[in-house]
Design a protein around this ligand. Structure first.
Ligand SMILES: CC(C)(COP(=O)(O)OP(=O)(O)OC[C@H]1O[C@@H](n2cnc3c(N)ncnc32)[C@H](O)[C@@H]1OP(=O)(O)O)[C@@H](O)C(=O)NCCC(=O)NCCS
Length: 226
């Protein structure tokens, strides 16, 4: 999937890639304590250059398959990596949905930067990607995240007990979503999930439409007539 650089008034959101490894390493190290309560438990390796390279490579595979898009948000004035915002679990078929996630550097919180970054990602997702639904959850104690989502126009849909395993324990989640009321169907519904799989498999658009989930199948080469 082609992921563009997004520009906002104060931010430049670059698709996270290998060139960002030094800045991303610095980001995760300096924000380790700040982010730990809201994230999966991370081993020490995650906070090394090798760990960050592995994480970026893992994301690259998902981005190639059209299943995720993660952006490094740099302040345009200072080039400071102010946050990370992205979509994961992008699904097509009958749902055209994704989950949004974000974090902000501890030092720049409260300036509206995460809201600005997420708004740009949502606009891209509802526009170019033609997603119909963006969903996420936040812990009942995460007042800052609740506020971000409220400012972005998300609506509460439910409460899930023991929803996510974060920081070493199951945490409840308030489920929220934002709907693209102006949704237009992609010209080719599976256009964003059809690039060749890195392992040589292809995503079967017809099966994906039928079952609402990407289904991989092995194939050596498509015949020219198909
Ligand atoms: C949640 C997080 C991404 C917000 O980033 P941010 O850049 O500060 O977000 P914004 O500035 O766009 O908006 C934050 C809003 O929350 C408000 N806020 C912050 N702390 C708050 C609190 N304890 N109680 C109520 N509101 C709070 C801010 O005042 C602001 O609202 P305002 O613009 O109306 O004043 C950041 O705090 C963070 O990285 N937290 C840890 C990771 C995390 O929680 N990720 C999300 C998991 S669901």
């Amino acid at each position: 999937m082609r992921i563009p650089t997004l520009e906002t008034q104060r931010l430049r959101l670059e698709p996270l890639g290998p060139a960002h490894a030094p800045a991303y390493l610095d980001y995760v190290v300096r924000n380790r304590e700040h982010l730990q309560p809201w994230e999966p438990l991370r081993g020490d390796r995650f906070f090394t250059r090798e760990g960050v390279d592995e994480e970026i490579a893992r994301i690259a595979v998902l981005q190639e398959r059209g299943e995720a898009a993660r952006f490094a948000a740099f302040e345009r004035d200072t080039q400071y990596l102010a946050g990370v915002t992205g979509l994961w679990n992008i699904r097509r078929g009958v749902i055209h949905a994704a989950t949004i996630g974000y974090s902000a550097d501890a030092a720049v919180q409260g300036r509206g930067l995460t809201t600005e970054a997420a708004a740009a990602v949502i606009a891209w997702a509802f526009g170019e990607l033609r997603l119909h639904r963006i969903e996420t959850s936040y812990q009942p104690t995460n007042a800052a995240s609740a506020r971000v989502l409220r400012k972005l126009g998300f609506a509460v849909e439910g409460y899930a007990r023991d929803y996510l395993y974060l920081n070493g324990s199951w945490t409840d989640g308030i489920l929220v979503a934002k709907i693209n009321d102006g949704w237009q169907a992609p010209e080719r519904p599976h256009a964003f999930i059809s690039p060749p799989h890195p392992n040589g498999a292809t995503l079967d658009g017809a099966a994906e439409l039928r079952y609402g989930l990407p289904i991989t199948r092995r194939c050596s080469r498509r015949s020219p007539s198909r």
